[in-house]
Design a protein around this ligand. Structure first.
Ligand code: FIX
Ligand code: ZN
Length: 414
C-alpha cells in the first residue's frame, strides 16, 4: 500500500536490455540502485566518515562507483549484518546472484541484460506481490512534469497512484501557496476563500489526472492538531478546509505518516532524515473531529506504537498500517505486530514495503512475512491452548485480511 516504485513509463536511469535510459527517470532498479539505497549511504558513513570521503565527493561519484564503495566497505570488509545489508543479500540470492562475490561486476552485467518491464513481472512473482501502490509527490517538478506531459501514457495495471501533498500541510505559505499560484490556482498566504477554492480544485484535478486511490502526507514529530503555534495554523486550516473536505467528497482515505524530521544532516540528502516522537493525542483529536474521513496512519517512533494501537481501538475511521522506516527491523516488526494483534485482533495492515528500488520488494516482504507469520502462529497456539481450535480456512482468511482485504476494504468503504 506504500512504495516509491514506478513503472518504466516514468523513465529509468538504467535502460537494461530495452536500451532506453533517462537519467532523471523515476523507476529505480538493478544492483547499483539496490546497494546505494539511502539506508546504506547512512551506514557507510558510519565506517568511512566524511573526514575520509567528503560528502560532496561521494555525490560526485557515478552510481556504480558509489555502489562499489558501499559494497567494499559494508559487504566485503565488514559483515553485512544490518537489516538493510541483509536485505540486499536476500534479494540477490532470490534473483540467483552471488552475494558473496567481492565485486558487483557480474551482478551488474546480469542486470544490464534485463528488460525493465520484465524485471517488474519477475520481482512481483518472486515477492508474491499482486499490486504496487506508488506515492506520487505532485510538488516534485520531475514527477508533475511527467503527468502533465502524458498522464494516460503513465498508466500501468501493476501500479496504482497516490496523490502525495506534503507541502500543503508542512509549508503552505513558503511552498504550496506560491506554487499553486504559479500553476494558475490563485491562492493567498492564508487559507482564505480564494485559497480554499483553488486548493480544492487543485486536489480534484490531480485526483482525476492520477486516478489516485488515496491522498498522503508525511508530517514532522512536532505536528499538532489543533496547531499550537502561529506557523502551523495555515497547515491546520489547509487540512480542515481543503484536504479533508475533498477526501470526504471523493470518498478517499487520507494517509498520514507521522514523525519524520527531515534533513537533520542535509549533506546525507535522503539519508539525512531522523525520527522524533509525535503526538497521538493530535491524531485522536483529528479522528474525533472528522468522523466522515478515513485515515491510514503509520508512526515512525517506536515510542508512539502503543498509543497508536490504543487510538485505533477508539476510532473505526483510523486504520493503522506498516512498520515504517526506522521501525522496519525484525525485532521491532515482531514487537509491533505482537502488540497490534493483542490490541486490534486482525483489524490492521501489518506492513508496507516503502520500497524505493524494485528488487527491494523481494526482501522487504520476505523478511516481514517470516516475522508476521511467526507472530500469527504463536497467537493461534495461544488460542488453541485456551481451548479454541483454529482452522486452515480461518488462517487463510486472516492472511488475506492482513495482506490484501484490510487495505482494499478501507479504500472502498463508505
Ligand atoms: O515519507 C516517506 O514516504 C518515507 O518513506 C521516505 O521519505 C523515506 O525516505 C523512506 O524511504 C523510508 O523508508
Ligand atoms: Zn515512503
Amino acid at each position: 500500500m506504500h512504495t516509491h516504485l514506478y513503472p518504466p513509463a516514468f523513465g529509468t536511469p538504467m535502460g537494461g536490455s530495452s536500451g532506453k535510459s533517462d537519467p532523471k527517470g523515476s523507476m529505480l532498479w538493478g544492483i547499483d540502485e539496490l546497494v546505494t539505497y539511502h539506508y546504506l549511504v547512512a551506514e557507510v558513513y558510519r565506517v568511512v566518515p566524511p573526514t575520509k570521503l567528503p560528502y560532496e565527493q561521494f555525490w560526485k561519484m557515478s552510481k556504480s562507483e558509489q555502489a562499489d564503495h558501499i559494497w567494499k566497505n559494508l559487504f566485503v570488509e565488514r559483515t553485512p549484518v544490518s537489516e538493510a545489508c541483509r536485505g540486499v543479500i536476500t534479494s540477490m540470492t532470490k534473483l540467483g546472484l552471488d552475494p558473496s562475490d567481492k565485486s558487483l561486476a557480474s551482478a551488474r552485467k546480469w542486470c544490464a541484460q534485463q528488460d525493465p518491464s520484465k524485471q517488474i513481472d519477475r520481482v512481483m512473482e518472486i515477492a508474491n506481490v499482486s499490486s504496487i501502490t506508488m506515492t506520487n509527490p505532485v510538488f516534485d517538478d520531475n514527477e508533475r512534469g511527467r503527468w502533465e506531459k502524458d498522464a494516460r501514457g503513465l498508466a500501468d495495471p501493476r501500479f496504482r497512484a497516490v496523490l502525495r501533498i506534503d507541502p500543503i500541510l508542512r509549508d503552505w505559505k513558503g511552498t504550496a501557496a506560491p506554487r499553486l499560484g504559479a500553476w494558475n490556482y490563485p491562492t493567498s498566504e492564508t487559507i482564505d476563500a480564494k485559497s480554499i477554492e483553488s486548493g480544492r480544485k487543485f486536489l480534484r484535478d490531480w485526483i482525476d489526472k492520477m486516478n489516485a486511490i488515496y491522498l498522503a502526507v508525511s508530517l514532522p514529530p512536532e505536528w499538532r492538531y489543533p496547531a499550537e503555534d502561529e506557523a502551523s495554523r495555515a497547515g491546520q486550516a489547509a487540512l480542515e478546509q481543503i484536504v479533508l473536505p475533498v477526501c470526504a467528497e471523493r470518498n478517499l482515505p487520507f494517509a498520514m505518516m507521522i514523525g519524520s524530521r527531515l534533513r537533520v544532516n542535509p549533506a546525507l540528502r535522503e539519508a539525512g532524515d531522523m525520527v522524533g516522537q509525535a503526538s497521538v493525542e493530535s491524531l485522536v483529536n483529528l479522528c474525533r473531529g472528522f468522523p466522515n474521513n478515513r485515515f491510514f496512519v503509520t508512526m515512525l517512533a517506536r515510542e508512539n506504537q502503543h498509543g497508536l494501537c490504543v487510538a485505533a481501538r477508539k476510532f473505526a475511521n483510523l486504520m493503522v498500517f506498516g512498520c515504517w522506516w526506522f521501525v522496519n527491523n525484525p525485532s521491532l516488526i515482531d514487537e509491533i505486530t505482537r502488540m497490534r494483534m493483542e490490541l486490534l485482533g486482525t483489524s490492521f495492515i501489518p506492513q508496507h514495503s516503502d520500497a524505493r528500488i524494485l528488487e527491494q520488494l523481494i526482501y522487504k516482504w520476505e523478511h516481514s512475512r517470516e516475522i508476521i507469520g511467526d507472530v500469527m502462529a504463536e497467537k493461534y497456539e495461544d488460542l488453541e491452548r485456551a481451548g479454541r481450535r483454529v482452522s486452515g480456512a480461518e488462517i487463510k482468511r486472516d492472511v488475506k485480511l492482513f495482506f490484501e482485504e484490510n487495505f482494499e476494504n478501507f479504500l472502498a468503504s463508505r
